[in-house]
Design a protein around this ligand. Structure first.
Ligand code: AMP
Length: 382
C-alpha cells in the first residue's frame, strides 16, 4: 500500500523531495508539508500544506495524523514533540538522532566519544568560563551557539583577548561552546544514506566553496587525492554506523593542511551540497532519502559525470519580486525554487553544469560556470 509522506519544512528541499516522491507513486500516494510560508515551494509542486511554525506542537500532531511516515527538510522541528508521536507514526530520522544533531555541542561530543575526528571544542557556561577556557585554545577561536544556527549565523570568530566579552555578549543568553579554528585546505562533504534496514550508501566526496558562510558552489568530485576521498568516505560510513538514523545525512568536513579529515557538522537531511546528484547520478539524493526512510534498497550513487552546482542567491540591496531567470546552454540544468521574492543572500535556485564528455575536466567546467554566473542576474520585476 502506498504511504502518505509528511515533511516538516516545505522550502526548496521539501520541494525537491516532493518532486522525487511524485515519481515513486507505487510507494508514496501523497505528500503533506508543514511550513509557515503560505504556498511554500513544496506546495507549488503539488504537496498539500499545513501553514504553521516548524515547532508548532498542534500542527506537528495534525501532520502526523494525516501521514503514514514523517521526515523533515529542516532540523528545527521539536524533537520533544516528535517523541510524543513516535509510537503512532514512523519518523525518520528518529527524534533521538535529531536530538543529538540539533545541539552542535551534543553532536560533537557524540562524534568524539565514538572516535570520529572533530576539532577541539569545549562547553562554555559563562564569560568567566570563556576567559578561563580560551587559555587552552590559540587565537583565532570560534564561539558557536549550540542550537538553531545555520549558514554561519551562530559563529563568532574571536581574534584576540579583547574580543572575549564582545563575543560572549553577542549571543546574549544563548548556550554556546568554544571551538578551535581549523586552518583548512578545503571544505568537503559526503551525502550518505542509511535505510531502515541498516544498509548504507555514500555519494562520492564533493568540494564546497562558501562565500560569507553560504554555500556558493559544489564541485563533484572534490579535487583531492584518492587517498583523501577514501579517508573521508570511511569517516562518513563510521558516522552513519554510530548514528543509526535512517535517511540521507550530509556530513560536512574539513580537509586539513596535513591532509587529515575533521567533521565540521552533520545535517540530518538532504543538503545543498547534494543538488548535483539531480543530474550527475543515477539516483538523486532526494530519491535516495525516500528509499532510505521507506526501507527500500538504496540506489546507485556512482558519479556519472563531473558536475558543478552553482547557487543563485538574492543580490544585496534588493528585496522584492524578480524577473524569471533562464539559461539556455547544453548540459546546464537550471532549477528555480518558485520563491516569489528575492532577499539578500536568499537561495532562489541553482544550476548544474555537467561535463559533456570525458575530455571536459573540472577546470573547463569552472570556466563555463564563470561565464554563466554573469548571465544569471536577479533583476526586479516591473
Ligand atoms: P557552521 O555554520 O558551523 O557550519 O560554519 C559555517 C562555516 O564557518 C563553515 O562552512 C566554515 O567555513 C566555517 N567554520 C566553521 N567552523 C570552523 C572552524 N572550527 N574552523 C574554521 N572555520 C570554521
Amino acid at each position: 500500500m502506498p504511504k502518505v509522506l509528511g515533511i516538516i519544512g516545505g522550502g526548496q528541499l521539501g520541494m525537491m523531495l516532493t518532486e522525487a516522491a511524485k515519481k515513486m507513486s507505487e510507494h508514496i500516494s501523497d505528500v503533506v508539508v508543514l511550513d509557515p510560508t503560505e504556498n511554500c515551494p513544496a506546495a507549488k509542486v503539488g504537496a498539500k500544506q499545513i501553514v504553521a511554525d516548524f515547532k508548532d506542537e498542534k500542527a506537528i500532531i495534525e501532520l502526523a495524523s494525516r501521514t503514514d511516515i514523517l521526515t523533515y527538510d529542516i532540523e528545527l522541528g521539536s524533537s520533544d514533540v516528535l517523541k510524543t508521536i513516535e509510537s503512532k507514526t514512523e519518523i525518520n530520522p528518529s527524534p533521538d538522532t535529531l536530538e543529538i544533531i540539533q545541539d552542535k555541542f551534543f553532536q560533537k561530543s557524540f562524534l568524539s566519544e565514538n572516535d570520529i575526528p572533530v576539532t577541539d571544542f569545549v562547553k562554555i557556561d559563562s564569560l568567566l568560563d570563556l576567559e578561563k577556557k580560551i587559555k587552552n585554545f590559540k587565537f583565532p577561536a570560534l564561539l558557536k551557539v549550540r542550537r538553531d544556527a545555520y549558514d554561519g549565523r551562530g559563529n563568532f570568530k574571536i581574534n584576540s583577548e579583547s574580543e572575549l566579552k564582545l563575543s560572549f555578549e553577542y549571543f546574549k543568553k544563548k548556550k554556546t561552546f568554544l571551538e578551535k579554528f581549523v586552518d583548512f585546505r578545503m571544505e568537503v562533504s559526503v551525502i550518505a544514506a542509511r535505510n531502515t534496514k541498516g544498509g548504507i550508501a555514500t555519494f562520492p566526496l564533493v568540494e564546497n566553496i562558501h562565500e560569507e558562510n553560504i554555500l556558493r558552489m559544489t564541485i563533484a568530485p572534490a579535487r583531492v587525492s584518492t587517498e583523501i576521498s577514501k579517508k573521508a568516505n570511511q569517516v562518513a560510513i563510521r558516522t552513519m554506523q554510530v548514528l543509526k538514523g535512517a535517511g540521507v545525512f550530509a556530513i560536512e568536513m574539513f580537509v586539513t593542511k596535513e591532509n587529515g579529515i575533521l567533521i565540521n557538522e552533520i545535517a540530518p537531511r538532504v543538503h545543498n551540497s547534494g543538488h548535483h546528484t539531480l543530474q550527475s547520478s543515477k539516483t538523486s539524493q532526494f530519491e535516495q532519502h525516500l528509499k532510505a526512510i521507506l526501507g527500500l534498497e538504496l540506489g546507485d550513487t556512482t558519479l556519472l559525470h563531473p558536475t558543478i552546482m552553482y547557487n543563485i542567491l538574492g543580490p544585496q540591496g534588493f528585496q522584492g519580486k524578480f524577473k524569471p531567470v533562464t539559461i539556455e546552454s547544453e548540459n546546464v540544468f537550471l532549477k528555480m525554487y518558485g520563491k516569489t521574492e528575492s532577499k539578500p543572500k536568499r537561495k532562489l535556485g541553482h544550476f548544474n553544469v555537467m561535463a559533456k564528455n570525458d575530455n571536459e575536466d573540472i577546470s573547463s567546467l569552472l570556466s563555463k560556470v564563470k561565464k554563466l554566473k554573469n548571465s544569471v542576474i536577479i533583476v526586479p520585476a516591473n
